[in-house]
Design a protein around this ligand. Structure first.
Ligand code: SF4
Length: 428
């Protein structure tokens, strides 16, 4: 992944209507982050990466420099520096060869782009509830890890996906490969979580934490049965257990497949507020290539229909499907020109946003063990144009700030895997 201070400075000038913080955030996410191990020697009491579902790293655990694996923080928060950066929370994707490196400066962790000091960084502290002992013996950090600077509890009920192998797994996704590498590294990594264990963990969160405001329930797709249950029955048991024990305590969100209306109604009836039936990529031909399992089990047109229909149940602004920003430029099948990629993705944004659906994006992380493999990320120009398109279509449709993502706007946003929340303007 290449970037340079000159590329960053040029993008900041060309796309001057975007906050410089959002541009930098996208560049760091695109290129990944290197760490000087000295940083870990002076830092303590921060939360390392919990590997909450995917690896979200640009190298495997085995290929990380000695001392980096399981030491890197979940997120960094950059502020100040010569450019006067507003606080900016960025998810950590390890890439030892990145031009972005966290190293010590005046005795404190700081972000550098090549030799350019960009500002000091903080790491998020270990939440108090992480020290609780669960009766099952599980680590609470494995059951309900926290992200987004403490805002989001991330509950991966099923750490595998039944879309299996080259012909089914989404080609950007390393969920199954990450499970294998975590087990190989002897990490506690529970494949299927018990709802009772989750409720016990959440009891400690409810007692000791006031920062988290939302939870995301997620996991791989269930195409057959899991523990004798189909996908809706499997995931709804968690929503019922959580909402039964802590009704309305957090905003309930779930990343699940696109279901027919009757199943959506069951999820909403159980207390789910935000539905994320991720459509991943808009282009019709690329969807078939990149999401072969979703295409063969449900099909793109049916998937899209279900996403739109589900607004009837969850309400406008409460259906927030993800797309993987940049994967439409993956090779060998993706777009080669930035403007063609943006035109396609914008078409999808206009289609959904004009129907009350608010897609959001995560930044494509070309993990080496996903089927697409390690690839060169799209250029920074792509991400700047994507942010501009997302914001324009969002504003043109007069949509509300997406609920369940914490505060919006530069210096306030905590969503860490893309800058879509950072670019929302105050006047919205
Ligand atoms: S549905 Fe696709 S993106 Fe989701 S876990 Fe399965 S393979 Fe990964």
């Amino acid at each position: 992944m290449s970037s340079s201070y000159e590329i960053l400075a040029a993008a900041t000038e060309t796309f001057s209507s975007l906050p410089k913080e959002a541009i930098l955030k996208q560049d760091v996410l695109r290129c990944g982050l290197a760490f000087d191990n000295e940083v870990f020697k002076v830092s303590s009491d921060y939360k390392p990466k919990d590997y909450f579902i995917f690896s979200f790293d640009l190298v495997t655990l085995e290929d990380m420099p000695e001392g980096t694996a399981f030491k890197a923080p979940e997120e960094i928060r950059l502020s100040g520096g010569p450019l006067g950066m507003a606080p900016t929370v960025i998810s950590v994707r390890i890439q030892p060869k990145s031009p972005y490196c966290v190293k010590l400066h005046e005795g404190r962790p700081a972000l550098f782009l090549q030799d350019h000091f960009l500002g000091f960084v903080d790491f998020h502290g270990v939440p108090e509830f992480y020290s609780a002992s669960l009766s099952s013996g599980h680590l609470i950090s494995e059951i309900v890890p926290v992200l987004e600077w403490g805002y989001l509890l991330y509950i991966t009920a099923f750490r595998l996906c039944q879309y299996w192998g080259e012909k089914e797994e989404c080609r950007f996704c390393d969920i199954n490969a990450n499970y294998r590498q975590q087990k190989k590294a002897n990490r506690p990594y529970t494949g299927v979580k018990d709802p009772k264990v989750i409720v016990e963990a959440l009891k400690y969160v409810a007692e000791q934490d006031s920062t988290a405001k939302a939870y995301t329930l997620t996991g791989g797709s269930v195409t057959d049965k899991l523990q004798g249950l189909d996908e809706v029955d499997f995931y709804i048991q968690y929503i019922e257990a959580i909402e039964g024990a802590f009704p309305g305590r957090w905003i309930g969100k779930a990343v699940l497949q696109a279901f027919p209306l009757k199943d959506c109604a069951r999820l909403a009836g159980a207390g789910l507020k935000i539905y994320h039936p991720n459509y991943e990529i808009w282009d019709e031909a690329l969807f078939k290539e990149i999401c072969p399992g979703k295409e063969s089990y449900i099909g793109r047109s049916e998937w899209i229909k279900r996403v739109v229909d589900s607004v009837e149940v969850f309400g406008p602004g409460h259906v927030i499907p993800n797309f993987v920003g940049g994967v439409e430029m993956s090779q060998p099948h993706g777009f080669k020109e930035v403007d063609a990629a943006i035109a396609s993705t914008r078409e999808g944004l206009e289609f959904f946003m004009s129907r009350g659906v608010v897609p959001r994006f995560t930044t494509w992380c070309p993990e080496p063990t996903a089927w697409l493999g390690a690839q060169t990320a799209p250029p920074l120009e792509y991400y700047c144009k994507l942010l501009l398109s997302w914001r324009e279509v969002f504003e043109n449709n007069h949509l509300p700030v997406p609920p369940g993502y914490g505060p919006a706007g530069v210096g306030k946003a905590v969503f860490s895997v893309s800058a879509f929340m950072d670019v929302i303007r105050d006047e919205k």
